[in-house]
Write a new protein. Structure first.
Ligand SMILES: Nc1ncnc2c1ncn2[C@@H]1O[C@H](COP(=O)(O)OP(=O)(O)OP(=O)(O)O)[C@@H](O)[C@H]1O
Ligand SMILES: [Mg+2]
Length: 244
């Protein structure tokens, strides 16, 4: 199962991702917690370039999009896909929705390109659950006081209001996947809501796996019908043969 956390800088993603990862690990569930951009050697190097607070070199919007995508492609291939194959729960602090919100709505790059680049980077992988932590921009800024802004975080309020619009549009488009969480609540209350939803989804996944297992066992115990090729479907009986 792939769970992603989304929302503007300072909304509480990393705090909640860590809390749920620890909780699942305590229950004996293998849990892989990664952040974007980052999570592999290559992706961490790309992170250094992308979040360079000193802005030591210019990065064009299209280059920014593709650097985030390159970081993601390596993370998916090297960490996320193998983890999902062994049935681990993967928790990702930011994923594809961030690119739509930040590079699409924030930077104004065409959404059609972004979707294609996202699809290529993820090999078509879509999160099972996404928590979008919604906080007013002012509150996020207050929470981040003293944390030091990176290259993305030092963007204007207008930029962030576009990012928020992007996130809300995504939530409207994918209501089954994206759960909008009120980030102004206490850390404990948010964790409680997230835990409830994750445990419900994990239960569903287990029930589904159980059903598939039963179905496979049932098929094994049913005597196999001969394959089509084993029957004689010959229709070359002639009219004379029928008449005789
Ligand atoms: N619900 C909450 N109530 C009060 N403070 C919170 C809450 N959630 C997070 N915080 C605090 O706000 C700050 C930012 O939280 P956190 O680092 O989890 O946000 P983030 O979304 O990961 O930010 P970034 O995008 O910059 O990585 C931290 O100091 C954290 O302790
Ligand atoms: Mg964070």
């Amino acid at each position: 199962m792939l769970i992603t956390f989304e929302g503007i800088d300072g909304c509480g993603k990393s705090s909640q991702a860590k809390l749920i990862a620890d909780r699942l690990a305590d229950q004996g569930i293998e849990c892989v917690l990664v952040r974007e951009p980052g999570g592999t050697d290559l992706s961490e190097q790309i992170r250094t370039i992308l979040l360079d607070a000193k802005r030591s070199m210019p990065i064009a919007h299209a280059a920014e999009l593709m650097l985030f995508a390159a970081s993601r492609a390596q993370l998916v291939a090297e960490v996320i896909e193998p983890a999902l194959k062994r049935n681990a729960v993967v928790i990702c602090d930011r994923f594809t929705d961030s690119t739509i919100a930040y590079q699409g709505y924030g930077r104004g790059l065409p959404l059609a390109y972004i979707r294609s680049v996202n699809d290529l980077a993820t090999n078509g992988l879509i999160p099972d659950i996404t928590f979008l932590i919604d906080v007013p921009i002012e509150l996020a800024i207050r929470r981040r006081k003293g944390m030091g802004d990176d290259r993305m975080e030092s963007e204007s309020r207008l930029f962030f209001s576009h990012v928020v619009q992007g996130y809300m549009a995504l939530a409207q488009k994918h209501p089954d996947r994206i759960h909008v969480i009120d980030g102004a609540d206490s850390m404990e209350d948010i964790h409680h809501t997230i835990t409830r939803l994750v445990e419900y989804e994990l239960g569903n996944e287990l029930r589904h796996a159980h059903r598939m297992n039963n179905r496979a066992r049932h098929a094994e115990s049913t005597p196999a019908l001969p394959a089509t090729g084993d029957f004689d479907y010959s229709f070359d009986v002639t009219a004379e043969a029928l008449a005789s």
